[in-house]
Design a protein around this ligand. Structure first.
Ligand code: C5P
Length: 421
């Protein structure tokens, strides 16, 4: 996504400017072509050489240097930039941007460029909450700037409040989203489910599965970076919410069903990559079950002190959507669906993948089904890579090579986009 993209990173004179070194380094590592411009006061915190060393390109500072090269460069950078990210953006520079002042190389490029502007304000709490800064940010947002909200926490001064520069991953997410705003999913709403569900046995125990959520999170970030509005409905996972994605956290299959129903009413695509439990304990105990063998809430202990857990079927979320389409209704809110919903399912299998997958594609009336063999250690649950087969409703099966999950996500969206036309 970032390979060979022209990104200009502006650095202002705030203490958080040292964190921008990491951002520039990560951008360079992903293959982006990063030009850095420092304001005069940024140079007091971090030397231009530091940025040049991590970006592998010159870092710019003084617009007025005698050779005139910088003056020429500010037009070149403004024209060639695909995104201008100002990290950190100080109250002073925000004020200049809001008023069209171009008194240094960074603000001159900002005024001259047509590229989207990503602003990551970071400053002392009371400067951030000052009405002047609030008004400047509101004006910049209204003009289309992407504002990455600062985090609330401990500031360099020791004060607690808003003003902390977010983590590099968040900044990378904001830059990727800005770059992809006119991508092939622009104007589309997509819903992705991820992770596994937890079906309670009692308040502390559950029936679960090994899904890590990585595939679903990769599908959600890929859609974001192609311009989509993304709703990610996830079971409990150990992953950070991707920037720019609306995350709905759920636990059980029934909660996931409600969230999917609500979110898909006006959506274009649903990808069910979640491992939804097919069964749930019939009657979860209200209190923690004790091993002493006391019969409690319908659970009868046998002579050896064990017991049988009675499971009932969960609704099939994709199956219900197919059935609702057949009857010409949308679930829950009958008749409200405006558009056709492209439906994509996953089949995680440990044997007979092809025949099970083909059966599911037909039974759940899907547009695409992604089959993955979860018996391999380099594929499926928890792995960083995935080996999948893609089955098409129109017929045909593709056998994709083992790839990082982010690349698998791109391949899946490549096959969904033509179905939207
Ligand atoms: O039939 P099976 O559960 O193996 O099908 C897997 C696919 O169906 C996945 O896309 C999964 O997210 C979805 N599913 C569902 N509702 C369930 C179980 C699975 O939509 N109750």
């Amino acid at each position: 996504m970032l390979l060979n993209r022209r990104i200009v990173v502006g650095i202002c004179g705030g203490i958080a400017s040292y964190k921008a070194v990491d951002l520039v380094s990560k951008l360079q590592q992903t293959g982006a072509l990063v030009d850095v411009i420092l304001t005069k006061h940024a140079e007091d915190f971090v030397r231009p050489l530091t940025f040049a060393a991590v970006s592998h390109r010159p870092a710019y500072t003084d617009l007025w240097e005698a050779s005139g090269q910088a003056a020429e460069m500010h037009i070149v950078l403004a024209e060639e930039a695909e995104v201008l990210a100002i990290v950190p953006a100080t109250a002073n520079t925000l004020a200049k941007l809001a008023h069209g002042i171009a008194d240094n190389m960074l603000t001159a490029v900002a005024l001259a460029t047509q590229a989207p502007l990503v602003l990551a304000p970071a400053m002392y709490r009371d400067m951030y909450t000052h009405p002047a800064t609030r008004a400047n940010l509101a004006l910049l947002r209204e003009r289309g700037a992407h504002i990455v909200e600062p985090e609330v926490g401990r500031l360099a001064s020791g004060a607690i409040g808003p003003g902390r520069l977010p983590e590099t991953a968040v900044l990378l997410g904001a830059i990727s989203q800005a770059l992809g705003r006119n991508g092939d999913l622009a104007g589309r709403k997509v819903v992705v489910t991820a992770g596994g569900t937890r079906e309670p046995i009692d308040p502390v125990r559950y029936v679960g599965n090994r899904s890590s959520g990585k595939m679903g999170f990769a599908l959600a970030t890929e859609a974001r970076d192609r311009g989509a509005q993304v709703v990610l409905i996830s079971g409990p996972v150990a992953l950070d919410a991707p920037y720019g994605v609306e995350l709905h956290a759920v636990e059980t299959a029934l909660e996931m069903r409600d969230a999917v129903r609500g979110a898909t009413l006006d959506a274009d695509v649903l990808i069910m990559s979640a491992a939804v439990a097919d069964f749930r304990p019939a009657a979860p105990a209200a209190h923690k079950l004790k091993k002493e063998g006391r019969a409690e809430q319908g659970i009868a202990f046998d002579a050896q002190g064990g017991f049988t857990l009675h499971l009932v079927r969960n609704p099939d979320i994709l199956g219900e959507l197919a059935a609702a389409e057949d009857s010409g209704k949308s679930l829950g809110d009958e008749g409200k669906r405006q558009k056709r919903l492209v439906r994509v399912g996953f089949a995680a299998e440990t044997s007979d993948l092809v025949s099970y997958a083909q059966g599911k594609l037909a039974a759940k009336r899907l547009d695409l089904l992604v089959g993955n063999d979860v018996s391999r250690s380099d594929s499926g649950f928890g792995a960083e890579t995935n080996k999948v087969l893609i089955f098409h409703a129109a017929g045909g099966m593709e056998d994709l090579p083992l790839m990082p999950k982010q690349d698998v996500a791109a391949a899946i969206w490549d096959r969904i986009v033509p179905l939207l036309r």
